[in-house]
Design a protein around this ligand. Structure first.
Ligand code: TYD
Ligand code: MG
Length: 446
């Protein structure tokens, strides 16, 4: 028995309503409801067998390397058999390139079925030639219907399945257009069952909307096991692959790549790369250390403070949280008496990185203070630490690996929270502990 029902669904968040609405009550998007047909199948209930925890046989060793270390790391040490991985990112960022390059390692498993709804096999062939990928185990399928894909998978029995992109795939059973919420949910759920049943890893490629969410949205993130975001600026060759959800590993791991003529190259020493263009003796630039997963990353923070020409002072934050900047500016104003009220302030994390760790507070505040006072901070210095509202410098996690990385890259002196200052023992580096912002700024700039 099938009951047909019309409902209206928000194309931005998947919220559904029996009536059309102008504004989504869930995500506040305007004019995002479209009519969709939902077929609710009423089935007899099947009862699953309960199992005791020790009786479950879980295979731990079933991870496969993609041949790209940075990608393996982000996945938590390789691809888990039967898992569903969603790779999201802006159009043109390099999702298809990364996936194609990972086939070098994945073809070790056997046949890979690459379903492309966006590019023709000729286009993929040209790209593969450029990337020097040439394996008879890679089978291309230019298909967009879910039913067609499933029947091909059942016939060919591939060992890896790739869908590029999920927004182009549609099921003939649903009347709505490809890319709509119900199509994406239906197609990804069916494909997920297919992957789980046959134990093959499934990669879904997904586009990202203007707001930065994967189009066809949260529903997709719930279904898959792992969500990787590929980020970076168009004008910048660096690309960061970030795990935002991972059922098989840590979520704060990142992979760093550089887009070159010959495809994506792994960057094994990102700190060096991010600092390679740091200007010497220029006010408003300072180096701080962020921790991404298990990996310390030295980054340059730049600030520019100029007198505002208009009534309202501008605050611009690129790569860091806007509210954090306002908070830190307020601390500078109150604790150090720097009158930043009438100043335009721009803060940028160099290299297109996005960091939301409070450990870089000290870096942001030092860059702003340095630009405001027009005094450069020595290139041999680095600083980190979280800043509290009363201007105190708070200890942060894992200071030793941050200091070690800075020492490795030739930094001579670090200004850190006082409670972190005894963790530098064996390194050839001068570590100074500061109790609060006043002290730290004093040491940094004079
Ligand atoms: P692509 O993987 O097609 O992006 P997506 O699948 O995320 O939409 O990447 C396309 C961009 O990458 C394109 O602008 C050109 C660039 N590119 C290189 O610079 N070098 C290369 O070797 C390849 C294959 C692509
Ligand atoms: Mg693509």
């Amino acid at each position: 028995m099938a009951r047909q029902r019309t409902l209206y669904q928000c194309q931005s968040c998947g919220y559904s309503s029996p009536k059309w609405l102008g504004k989504c009550p869930d995500c506040n998007e305007w004019n995002s409801f479209t009519e969709e047909q939902r077929v609710t199948k009423l089935k007899s209930q099947s009862v699953a067998e309960p199992v005791a925890l020790p009786d479950i046989a879980a295979s731990h060793g079933s991870r496969v390397s993609t041949g790209i270390l940075e990608l393996d790391r982000t996945l938590g040490g390789g691809v888990v058999m039967g898992s569903v991985v969603l790779i999201g990112g802006d159009p043109g960022i390099g999702k298809s390139t990364l996936t194609l390059q990972s086939l070098k390692g994945l073809t070790n498993l056997g046949m890979v079925l690459y379903v492309s709804g966006e590019e023709s096999p000729e286009q993929i062939k040209i790209r593969a030639d450029r990337l020097k990928i040439d394996s008879a185990d890679i089978i291309l399928l230019p298909e967009t219907s879910l039913e067609g894909i499933i029947s091909t998978v059942q016939k060919l029995k591939p060992k890896v399945l790739i869908i590029d992109s999920i927004q182009t795939i549609f099921s003939l059973e649903l009347p709505s257009a490809p890319g709509s919420v119900s199509q994406i949910r239906e197609c990804s759920t069916k494909l997920m069952f297919l992957a789980k049943k046959s134990g093959v890893p499934l990669f879904l490629i997904g586009h990202v909307t203007k707001e930065g969410a994967i189009a066809g949205p949260k529903v997709l993130e719930h279904i898959v096991d792992t969500v990787l975001y590929f980020e970076g600026d168009k004008g910048n060759p660096f690309r960061i692959l970030r795990a935002v959800k991972n059922r098989f590993g840590s979520t704060n791991e990142i992979g760093v790549f550089e887009m070159q003529e010959s495809g994506l190259q792994e960057v094994d020493n990102p700190s060096q790369l991010f600092l390679s263009e740091k200007p010497e003796n220029v006010p408003g630039s300072v180096v701080t250390v962020s921790l991404e997963g298990t990996r310390p990353l030295l980054v340059e923070i730049q600030a520019l403070v100029t007198a505002s020409n208009f009534g309202q002072a501008r605050r611009t934050a690129i790569g860091v949280d806007y509210n954090r900047i306002n908070l830190l500016v307020a601390v500078l104003d109150k604790r150090l008496g720097m009158q930043l009220g009438g100043m335009d302030i721009y803060v940028n994390v160099v290299g297109g990185l996005k960091i939301d760790e409070p450990a870089i507070d000290m870096g942001i505040i030092a860059a702003i203070a340095s630009s405001f006072k027009n005094k450069p901070i020595s290139s041999e210095l680095f600083t980190f630490g979280e800043i509290g509202l009363s201007g105190e410098l708070r200890a942060i996690s894992q200071p030793d690996i941050r200091i070690k990385e800075a020492s490795k890259l030739g930094f001579k002196k670090g200004i850190v929270p006082v409670n972190n200052s005894n963790s530098a023992e064996s390194h050839d580096i001068d570590i100074i502990g500061a109790k609060n912002v006043e002290e730290a700024i004093e040491i940094l700039m004079f």
